[in-house]
Write a protein that binds this ligand. Structure first.
Ligand SMILES: O=C(O)c1ccc[n+]([C@@H]2O[C@H](COP(=O)([O-])O)[C@@H](O)[C@H]2O)c1
Ligand SMILES: Cc1cc2nc[nH]c2cc1C
Length: 345
């Protein structure tokens, strides 16, 4: 665990101030670019670069299976995790299309599939063949939790080394809305019943059963807010741990992180509980339909950029929000000032 603790630089308020002053010089009424102006200032503060550009972005999808899937908490069978990883590798998933559209480098990492995928597009960082069922034992050991966090740290270190200027953590894992709900219940101290949702598409009775299962897991595992790393071991998932590591690594490099939906936001909250300064590098891409997402965003005090009723995961909501932050940065860099354009102020 000690390995994953990194020093996180504080935001550069001077770079933010410079951007604020420039925005007021640009050929527009002051404040007329609304939230885009705040985003440009925040990006400058995060990176320390007043003329920062968020491209190219890197999308890192972490895939893993969940022992709790055996309790019937998803509308889909576990094998779909592996099948979707094969789909990512073949280029046919939603995130492949969006990654291409925004010029992102997309990497797929197996951090814990129950069955290996034999494809050179998939990085094999498997910690174990899925987590254990938390109704029966902790989902993972301390060593496994550390290894999963480490795989996220390394993936981001590599992406930044290769030139990524912003990071989108994505995920795939049948059953991971259950695990994320449990983690969020622990970290927010809200009743898990309030945080349970349909995930991939459970009907009313499916959600009821999922709620009962998750309440039982909370009773037997007792994950606690003051011990986020232990909570991860009790009820977490390998892809959730890896995304937490990814978020910590990006913040350590001053690289902005664009968050996707429920599961990646809970992973970011886990990272923030491990290292609170990480919050300064987070931007919420969208609001997912999964009901717990709102509570996760509130716990992080983040307001999402988009609300398109998505509930897919993979990083898709963040990839869709990326052009908004890219536009904020580009407007700030590229627009003429009143003096340059000869427009009266
Ligand atoms: O990102 C979200 O908010 C989101 C909401 C619902 C479902 N998902 C995706 O669906 C899978 C988890 O759903 P479930 O029902 O199997 O727990 C997982 O692969 C996620 O990427 C993602
Ligand atoms: C088909 C399918 C695609 C997904 N992508 C992310 N989670 C998913 C879950 C399912 C079921």
């Amino acid at each position: 665990m000690v390995d994953s603790i990194r020093s996180i630089p504080s935001r550069n308020t001077e770079a933010g101030e410079q951007t604020r002053r420039r925005l007021d010089e640009l050929t527009k009424p002051p404040g007329s670019l609304g939230e885009l102006e705040n985003i440009a200032i925040e990006l400058a503060e995060m990176t320390g670069e007043p003329s920062y550009q968020p491209g190219p972005p890197a999308i890192l999808v972490f895939a893993a299976d969940h022992g709790l899937a055996a309790a019937g908490v998803s509308a889909y069978p576990q094998v779909v995790t592996k099948q979707m990883v094969q789909n990512f590798a073949a280029g046919g998933a939603a995130i492949n299309i969006l990654a291409k559209q925004i010029g992102a480098q997309l990497t797929i990492t197996d951090v814990g599939l129950t069955e290996p995928v034999d494809n050179h597009q998939v990085s094999n960082q498997r910690v174990a063949f899925g987590t254990k069922n938390p109704l029966e034992s902790p989902a993972m050991s301390e060593a496994e939790a550390s290894a999963a966090i480490q795989s996220g740290l390394t993936a981001v270190d590599d992406a930044v080394q290769a030139g990524a200027k912003s990071i989108i953590p994505g995920e795939m894992g049948i059953g991971n809305t259950a695990s994320a709900s449990l983690m969020l219940a622990a970290l927010s101290e809200l009743p898990v019943a309030q945080l349970v949702g349909p995930g991939t598409g459970l009907d009313h009775s499916g959600v009821k059963k999922k709620r009962e299962v998750l309440e039982e897991v909370m009773r037997v595992r007792r994950p606690q807010a003051y011990a986020p790393f232990q909570a991860l071991q009790e009820v977490g998932g390998f892809e959730i741990a890896a995304m937490s590591g990814a978020v910590i690594a990006a913040a350590s490099h001053r690289v902005p992180i664009l968050l996707d939906g429920f599961i990646s936001t809970v992973a970011a909250l886990t990272a923030v509980r491990l290292q609170p300064e990480v919050r300064e590098y987070l931007i919420a891409g969208h609001r997912s339909c999964e009901p717990g997402h709102e509570a996760a965003l509130e716990a992080l005090r983040l307001t999402p950029l988009l609300d398109l009723r998505l509930r897919l995961g993979e990083g898709t909501g963040a990839a869709l929000a990326y052009p908004v932050i890219a536009s904020a940065a580009e407007l700030c860099r590229g627009m003429a000032t009143f003096t340059e354009a000869g427009v009266e102020k």
